[in-house]
Design a protein around this ligand. Sequence first.
Ligand code: NAD
Length: 448
Amino acid sequence: MKIVVAGTGYVGLVTGACLAEVGHNVTCVDINENKIQKMKQGISPIYEPGLDELLKKNNSNGKLDFTTDYKNAYKDADLVFIGVGTPEREDGSANLDYVFNVCKQISDNIEKDCLVVVKSTVPIGTNDKVEAFLKENLKNKVNLEVASNPEFLAQGTAVLDTLYAKRIVIGVESKKAENILKEIYKPYNQPIVVTNRRSAEMIKYASNDFLALKISFINEIANFCEIVGADVEDVAKGMSFDPRIGDKFLKAGIGYGGSCFPKDTKALHWLANDNGYELKTIKATIEVNQNQKYKLFRLAKQRVGSLKGLKVAVLGLTFKPGTDDLREAPSIPNVRRLLDEGAEVVAYDPVGEDNFKIIYPNIKYVETPEETLEGAHMAFIFTEWDEIKKISPTQYIELMNNPILFDGRNCYKINDMRNFEIDYYSVGRKAVLNLKNKSNKEVAATIM
Ligand code: NAD
C-alpha cells in the first residue's frame, strides 16, 4: 500500500516517519524544496527529539521518501494523509486554503481509488466539504473517500506521542474506510476510537480547548491566590491528587502559546458563533490567556517605572521547552513591549534563537544563560528549559546588576528564593522582595 503524507511540519513529518518506522512505505510531500533536500539527507528541518534518528534509519532502508513532485506522489497513492497547516485567520476562523490546495493537487492527479485522511485540525463539517470538493474536481474516474484522523501529538514529545499514543481517533462514514485505517494503525497496538467524521473533528477541538481551559483556569486561580495570600503551586498540588482532576496542565504561568491552543480555541469559538451559539468557557479561556501574557511585564513596569535604558535578560524564547517553535510564544509580544519601552534585550534559548532572529534580528543573542544575566537590571523567564531552571539564585545575584527576576514559569520553589537577597516575582505566589536595602527609586537610579 502506498501512503503519501502531504505537509512535512510537526504533524506530517512525524506521522510519515512513524508510519515508516512500523513498516509502511511512505512518501512525504512538501512544497518547500529546502526542507525536502534536508530531509532527503536524513536531517529534520524541525527540532523534535528522536526525529533525526527515525529519518536517517527509514531513509536509508527505503521506507521513507521525500519529494516536491506531488503529481507523481498522488498519482498512484492508496492513502493520502493531509497534514498541512490550518492557521488562524484575522477573524479567528481556521484558514483552510492549504488543505484545499492539497485537495486540488490530489483531484487533478489521482489515477486510482484512494482514501484521503484529514489529519490537520479542521472545523466540524470540513471533511464533508473536502470529500465533496475532491469528487467535484476529479480529473480521472476513480473512487475516493475521506476520513478524519485528528492528531494529538505534542511538540517536544511528538515521536513518543505517536509511537505510544494514548488513543487513535478515526472518523469514518464507511466500514471500508474504518478497516483500512485500522489495518494501517495495527502495528501501533493502540486503542482506536471509531466515530463519524464530525464527531472526530469535534473530539480534536474539544480536547485542545479543554486543555487550554485547564491552563486558563489555574492561571485565574493563581491570580486570585496572589490577592488572598495563597500559593498556587501548593493549591495545584493539593488538587492533583484527586484522580478526577489529575496533575497535568495545572501549571500556573504566563499563559499558553504554540501553534494549536491559541488558534484552536479561537476557531471553535468562531465556529460556535457562526452557528448561533456562544461557547462561554472558551471565550473566558481566550480572555484569561490574553491577559496573563503581559502579567509580569506589567509588574516590571510597576517595579521600576521606566524601562528605558535597562538591560533586560530574556531567558527562553520558544513557546515551551523541547521545541524550536515560536508560534504564539509569549516571549514575542513581551520582547516587543520591552523594546518599545526602550529596554536593551539580551536573549538566550537553547534552540529557538535562529527562528527568533527572523522576528528580532537586532537584539543581542548569547550562548549561555549566564551571559544573558551579566550586568542585567532585570531578568524574565519565558520558557522553563532545564538549562534555565539550573541557574542558581546565587548566580542571579552574582551576575546581575540588580537581581530582579520575573519568572513566568514558576521555575523555583518560593521558600528557596526567600533565603536570597533577590526580588523574585512569579505567578500565583507572593513576591519575594529581599532587596530591602534598595527602594524602587534607588534601583531605578542604578539603571539610569
Ligand atoms: P506546519 O506549519 O509545521 O507544517 C505544515 C507544512 O505543510 C509546511 O511544511 C508547509 O510547507 C506544508 N505545505 C503547505 N502547503 C502544502 C501543499 N500544498 N503540499 C504539501 N505540503 C504543503 O504545521 P503543523 O504544526 O504540522 O500542523 C499541521 C496541522 O496539524 C494543523 O492543522 C495543526 O493544527 C494540526 N496539529 C498540530 C499539532 C502540533 O503540535 N503542531 C498537533 C496536533 C495537530
